[in-house]
Design a protein around this ligand. Structure first.
Ligand SMILES: NC(=O)CC[C@H](N)C(=O)O
Length: 448
């Protein structure tokens, strides 16, 4: 089984494009690959999904103990002929920007996978070799097993390959040529989402065709084939309770493994669109509003007054509800759009969402509950992350959030039927799915 961590010396090297190219080419070669993303990002896995037509999973060593990450990897890689684990930022970049904790390197080390480095040779030649030597000397073992030159013509690749191999001892498995037609545009929080790119399948085809021609596939297999991981079978019980899960262009930040963990705890997931549906799904015991881009659709969300009213009355009536970041902004009184115009939201919570225009409180934090609530016990601490350009006038004070650098702040709303706040939760491997499902079952019993 071909297995690799696709990493890079820095962000902007084209990892996601290279991941899409590899996944599409592996699919064309009949290997039925699967994909993972190292770190908390929601956007890159949407591209993996767009290529593969199946879920891509996040693996994150800040959120999960090593054995949980290994089990998730083994379970989701089982039955596939290849696995591509896309890294985040630079290979060694981890928690707080000053450690290797939760870096792509740490994930390669934890899963014992070889890494393929995506290197963009723009603006350097022999110096690339010096940089690569630095990358291989920095930690032992470094796990780097090969180089893929990105945005590099075949002519330049032919020139650089022998030099890089001689100077670094690392094999160059090929290149991806510049493909202006296949460029994926960026936006705040990352790339535009896969669903918003009109001709994405055409772009993927171009990437796949290029990768087929310019990668030395036998060499790639020699370097990256290894025994498939052994996976424990996973059991999904018959559903006991229905949970409504918002899913559309405005609410698209969900981890596949969160949804799977909810199903494993007896939930049937009923997807609905706060943009398009005028009512919540029937007979639900709970409501999950994930993050996304409500601010980009604020006018349309506001125009859907029946759904805003349904959400307000359901949440106020005690429907167990979880609202993370974009979902939390939807529960507030108003939300500014990208032009700064406020639009009415569900009005369950007192805050008004406003545009800041840069990342606010960005990154990993630890969330400690100040009191018992639906999802947390008093004093319990869980790893979370924040990832937003908008803020709220009222962020709540049910929790204390703390960064690795010691910075602390109060945040979140929580009670016996609610979790709402900017921090994104990572559910897999935690008690949260069980508690949410139990609250939902209890609600159904009490109200029927
Ligand atoms: N993580 C999110 O849900 C992001 C919310 C919103 N798009 C923002 O940037 O503030």
């Amino acid at each position: 089984m071909l297995q690799l961590v696709l990493a890079a010396p820095r962000s902007g090297s084209g990892k996601t494009t290279a991941a899409c190219a590899l996944l599409a080419a592996l699919t064309a070669r009949g290997l039925t690959p699967c994909a993972f993303k190292s770190g908390p990002d929601y956007i890159d896995p949407m591209f993996h999904r767009a290529v593969l037509g199946v879920e891509s999973h996040n693996l994150d060593l800040f959120f999960s103990a090593p054995q949980i990450a290994r089990a998730l990897y083994a379970r989701h890689a089982a039955g596939h002929g290849a696995a591509v684990v896309e890294g985040a930022m630079g290979y060694y970049d981890g928690l707080g920007g000053v450690t290797d904790t939760a870096s792509a390197w740490q994930l390669a080390d934890t899963l014992d996978l070889p890494a393929l480095l995506v290197v963009r040779p723009k603006g350097a030649s022999l110096t690339l070799a010096a940089e690569l030597r630095g990358l291989t000397a920095f930690r032992t073992p470094h796990h780097i097993a090969g180089i893929l030159l990105n945005d590099c013509t075949q002519g330049l690749c032919a020139l650089l390959k022998p030099m890089l191999e001689k100077e670094t001892g690392l094999p160059v498995v090929g290149c991806l040529p510049p493909l202006p037609e296949a460029v994926i545009e960026s936006r705040h929080l990352g790339l535009k989402t896969a669903a918003e790119i009109d001709d994405l399948q055409h772009k993927i085809q171009l990437l796949s065709d290029a990768a087929q021609q310019t990668i030395d596939w036998p060499l790639l297999h020699t370097l990256f084939d290894r025994p498939a991981p052994a996976a424990a079978p996973c059991t999904v019980p018959p559903p006991r309770v229905r949970l409504a899960v918002a899913r559309d262009a405005a609410f698209c930040f969900t981890y596949a493994e969160t949804l799977e963990a909810l199903r494993e705890n007896g939930a049937e997931l009923c997807f609905f669109s706060p943009l398009a549906d005028t009512a919540l799904p029937d007979n639900i015991g709970g409501l999950y509003l994930p993050g996304g881009y409500p601010e980009l659709y604020a006018a349309r969300l506001a125009a859907n007054a029946p759904l805003r009213a349904a959400v307000k009355s359901a949440v106020q009536g005690g429907l167990p509800t979880v609202a993370e970041c974009g979902g939390f902004l939807y529960l507030g009184r108003t939300l500014q759009d990208a032009d700064g115009t406020p639009h009415p939201m569900a009005g369950v919570l007192p805050g008004q969402g406003f545009k800041v225009g840069r990342l606010v409180r960005f990154g990993y934090a630890r969330l400690t509950a100040r009191a018992d609530s639906m999802l947390f016990r008093a004093g319990e601490t869980l790893p979370v992350h924040e990832f937003h350009h908008w803020d709220s006038t009222e962020n709540g004070d049910a929790f204390t959030a703390a960064k690795a650098n010691g910075r602390q702040w109060a945040c979140g709303f929580a009670n016996a039927s609610l979790y709402a706040g900017f921090p994104h939760l990572y559910w897999a491997g935690t008690p949260l799915p069980k508690r949410f499902a139990a609250a939902a079952e209890h609600y159904i019993k009490e109200t029927s």
